[in-house]
Design a protein around this ligand. Structure first.
Ligand code: ADP
Length: 498
């Protein structure tokens, strides 16, 4: 970005010249053109086949980038969910007893078939959810395949997953997933459950069901025995039927803390096992000895990745006072270069907000920040006329009592707070109902080690942010939920120890 180095500018006494990309330069469009192979209508995937919902009801899936209808999606009711559980129970009788190395073959096949159709799935994911194609292409789809590969590798090594103990599958598990990483969350849920020998009934989110139902095609192509995975699309009523089904021995939910609490209340008193991956309000902490340019990249990735629709987003920036002004200035410069717009354009950094409902929620919370006295910065970028978009936003002069510092916004909105001492940073970072993730930027290893213990967050990234790996367990403390996904720990959440 800067054309003159800081050194040169110091010599000349003039401020460093900068190239501001933003909207000053027009970019030729670079649309991704792979065919997403969408069908006009998606049915439920039950017992290895696509079947119409018993109510005959379908709802629309909208492309948030232009508000056009993409497909009709089946709305499953309680009878459909029953049928899905019955198919899963029947399949479990054989799948649960299959040797691990046989299950592994199927799971490897899922991974490879997804790789074969990677570009098609990336385009479908971007059209359905609004995320930039460079993210669905380079993150969501490859990471989903990586989860299947990793867990396929475990399937024949389960004798070593809990040293000294034997493990067995639980039975039929119910899973409900959110709209921010539709395919990836499906992989996070299916891969460990299948590797361990469980059968599954899974519900994708209502705004993003397409890649889950397309994955049904892959499941069928892989020859997975009918009923091992059943996919029921629908709204909260379908989700509640999946979570509350009497034959589900375990339920796994990823979504809002609010809905997580409803599910936990409804399951209190049952003996179902549960894992919950809920909201977050992560602190990304920058100390004065941090490499500031790298930190700024990490801050941008932490909050603007996937339009900020990330439960572990670094939505609270805590900056050490001596470098607060410098970090904020660098951040504003960097944000001016972000390109907001058509998610299918390969140049796009920030795509469309997932739904009108989410856009309204973000708009309301940002208005509350202005009203409560924080300073709002937004770059002068032009937003497309149609579709759901929101400018990348940074609030400074934020205090801990502001709603924007306490509530999960789930959008491209960063709240900046400052601190003077390490203890103050820890106190502020932990002063939240959530505890999913945190980031630390510093040159000192000892400080990183101390903070990784002191910060009450399931994941603490050091000098990086939003790094994911199937081998690494992910999950929360406090109102961010419990249970882990990924790694040995994630597998054990789908196992009976005997
Ligand atoms: P977000 O705020 O991320 O949209 P939600 O918690 O509203 O998350 O939704 C996550 C998933 O939970 C979606 O698949 C949604 O359909 C489902 N869901 C919503 N309400 C319920 C409910 N009462 N019981 C079970 N699942 C639900």
């Amino acid at each position: 970005m800067p054309t003159l180095t800081d050194k040169k500018s110091r010599r000349s006494g003039r401020p460093a010249a900068e190239l501001i990309f933003g909207d000053l330069w027009t970019f030729d469009p670079a649309p991704e053109t792979a065919d997403p192979k969408l069908k006009p209508r998606y049915d439920l995937f039950i017992g290895g086949k696509f079947v119409a919902p018993s109510s005959g009801k379908y709802f629309d899936s909208i492309n948030p980038a232009n508000e056009a209808k993409l497909a009709s999606i089946a709305h499953a009711n309680a009878a459909d969910v029953d049928a899905a559980y019955a198919a899963a129970a029947k399949a479990f009788a054989t799948w649960g007893k299959l040797p691990g190395k046989e299950r592994a073959k199927y799971i490897y096949r899922l991974a490879r078939l997804l790789q074969d159709r990677a570009r098609e799935f990336a385009v479908a994911e971007t059209m359905d959810g609004g995320k930039p194609i460079k993210e669905s292409r380079d993150f969501d789809v490859p990471m989903a395949a990586a989860h299947f590969f990793y867990h396929a590798g475990w399937a024949d090594k389960l004798d070593y997953v809990a040293p000294g103990r034997k493990v067995a599958p639980l039975g039929v598990v119910g899973q409900v997933i959110p709209w921010n990483f539709p395919l990836l969350m499906m992989a996070w849920k299916l891969a460990p459950a299948l590797a361990m020998g469980n059968c599954v009934v899974i519900k994708p989110a209502e705004t993003t069901s397409i890649t889950a139902l397309k994955f049904g095609e892959i499941i069928a192509d892989a020859g997975l025995p009918p009923g091992v995975v059943n996919i029921v699309s629908g709204f909260g009523d379908t989700g509640a039927a999946v979570m509350n089904h009497p034959t589900a021995v375990k339920v796994a939910f990823t979504g809002s803390t609010e809905v997580g609490k409803i599910i936990m209340r409804s399951l209190a008193g049952t003996d179902k096992k549960m894992t919950m991956e809920l909201g977050g309000k992560a602190a990304n902490i920058v100390f004065d000895d941090a490499p500031l340019d790298q930190a700024v990249e990490g801050i941008v990735n932490g909050i603007f990745f996937n339009q900020g629709h990330v439960c572990c987003a670094g939505s609270r920036l805590l900056v050490h006072e001596p470098v607060a002004d410098a970090v904020l200035a660098k951040l504003k410069t960097r944000i001016r270069t972000l390109r907001v717009g058509d998610p299918l354009d390969k140049n796009t950094d920030i795509g469309a907000i997932n739904s009108q409902e989410q856009l309204s929620k973000i708009t309301e919370l940002v208005a509350s920040g202005v009203k409560e006295g924080a300073d709002l910065f937004q770059p002068a970028c032009k937003l497309p006329g149609k579709g759901y978009y929101f400018k990348p936003s940074v609030f400074s002069n934020v205090t801990m009592s502001h709603r924007i510092a306490r509530e999960e916004i789930f959008g491209p909105v960063l709240s900046v707070l400052t601190f003077r001492t390490l203890d103050e940073a820890v106190e502020k970072a932990n002063n939240t109902a959530y505890g999913l993730s945190a980031g630390v930027w510093t040159d000192k290893g000892s400080r990183i080690l101390k903070l990784s213990t002191d910060l009450k967050a399931g994941v603490v990234w050091a000098n990086t942010y939003n790094k994911f790996d199937p081998t690494s367990p992910f999950g929360g403390y406090k109102e961010s939920g419990f249970g882990r996904e990924g790694g040995r720990q994630g597998l054990l959440d789908y196992a009976k120890l005997i």
